[in-house]
Write a protein that binds this ligand. Structure first.
Ligand SMILES: *Cc1c(COP(=O)(O)O)cnc(C)c1O
Length: 392
């Protein structure tokens, strides 16, 4: 794809990574289920193995279908390189364990995804990696902590499930002053709403399981950034083995062709639903970066093109009220995932922070009486009617 023209996200979603001439003119990327790739000529084989000629050797390393998926996300994120993984958590853990060594210091925020939080609190200390988790919205505190020196600043914005927004540009500048590498989890925003690399971060990663794979039929993860950094992470993954399955890559690719349409609909519905919920007497709070009342709305407006498809809200009556409310929804799965074309609702205890104890959730400032509502691509009016009747 010629990147000298500024193509729109719709054209990129459709065409990026597609149309390789090695596919016999197939208009859809085939699923190459082959574990290995054969070379009758040993010198050609060797050139491919050493990366001097294009070609694939073994599907734990690279695979043509997987490569097409990496290309699509790479171009949407405006990155030099991308490498993929079996899941979002594989992308996160492989990235962190590529960058970090014993004795290193990581600075992050309290509100990262539950699995990421576990990597920081349970596994990192075993490898003598020191982690400081700062208050997500206290930029000055994060800057001070980063200023004391760190190897990695790890950000996630908007956060799951409380939709806090961190100032990517400001914190990246602080981290780069001390020579740290900045990693951002862009799962909630998607490349269509936010491009952290353009705001200065070094690596952007996704759980492709969510919006990128909005048909919710495949797990996957991806990290994008400079050739140099991505190659180091690729090498770690190639050896440790959390490769993306070609069939999953195919499902993600096929879903991503309509990503720009889904995201447009989800942005639009989520904002309307957040506004409507704000007027409901049974709702005590609505968390959505697109609302002018959101504490970091101005930062969100600066760094996001749209505010995403996930919102959270609290009901008067806490967790018991949530347990009564959720089963009354007609057009929502009560499930652990998010970012699907179907609306999905659930409390943090069974979704984002299922890995954590109630005490850990409390320490992270995650209320038990919260409902995370991931807006699908159904008609907005039908979702509002459904919420209205479930609220009673
Ligand atoms: C789901 C999620 C992950 C983990 O991704 P998996 O594909 O489930 O491993 C990481 N970060 C965020 C923000 C997520 O929502």
């Amino acid at each position: 794809m010629n990147e000298s023209h500024q193509l729109g996200f719709g054209t990129k979603s459709i065409w990026a990574g597609e149309g390789s001439d090695s596919w016999w003119g197939a208009t859809q990327v085939p699923v190459v289920h082959s574990v290995a790739f054969g070379y009758p000529d040993v010198s050609v084989w060797q050139a491919a193995a050493l990366g001097r000629k294009p070609g694939h050797i073994y599907s734990r390393n690279t695979n043509p279908t997987v490569r097409a998926f990496e290309e699509k996300v790479r171009i949407l994120e405006g990155a030099e390189a991308a490498t993929s993984f079996a899941s979002g958590m594989a992308a996160i853990s492989n990235t962190l364990f590529t960058l970090l060594s014993p004795g290193d210091h990581v600075v992050s925020v309290k509100d990262t995804y539950g699995g990421t939080n576990k990597v920081f609190t349970e596994f990192s200390p075993r490898f003598n990696i020191r982690v400081t988790l700062c208050d997500t919205t206290d930029a000055a505190q994060i800057e001070r902590t980063v200023g004391q020196g760190c190897r990695v600043l790890y950000l996630e914005t908007p956060t799951n499930p409380t939709l806090k927004v961190v100032d990517i540009k400001r914190l990246t500048a602080a981290a780069h002053k001390v020579g740290a590498i900045v990693v951002a989890d862009n799962t909630f925003a998607t490349p269509l709403n936010q491009n952290p690399l353009a705001l200065g971060v070094d690596l952007v990663l996704h759980s492709a399981t969510k919006f990128l794979g909005g048909h919710a039929d495949a797990l996957g993860g991806i990290v994008c950034g400079s050739k140099d950094l991505v190659h180091k992470i690729y090498h770690f993954r190639e050896i440790t083995g959390a490769a993306l399955d070609p069939n999953a890559a195919y499902l993600l690719l096929s879903c991503m062709k309509t990503l720009h349409l889904s995201i447009r609909q989800q942005n639009e519905s989520a904002l309307k639903i957040a506004e409507w919920l704000s007027t409901q007497p049974k709702v005590s709070a609505v968390l959505y970066p697109g609302l002018p009342t959101h504490p970091q709305h101005d930062i969100a407006r600066c760094q996001m093109r749209g505010f995403g498809g996930v919102l959270s809200f609290m009901l008067h009556g806490g967790f018991p009220a949530v347990c009564e409310f959720l089963p009354r929804l007609k057009y929502a799965y009560r499930a652990a995932n998010l970012g699907a074309v179907e609306t999905i609702a659930g409390p943090p205890a069974t979704t984002s922070h299922v890995e954590c104890t109630p005490e850990e959730r409390a320490a992270m400032g995650i209320p038990e009486g919260l409902v995370r509502y991931s807006v699908g691509i159904e008609d907005t009016a039908d979702l509002i009617a459904d919420l209205s009747s479930a609220l009673g």
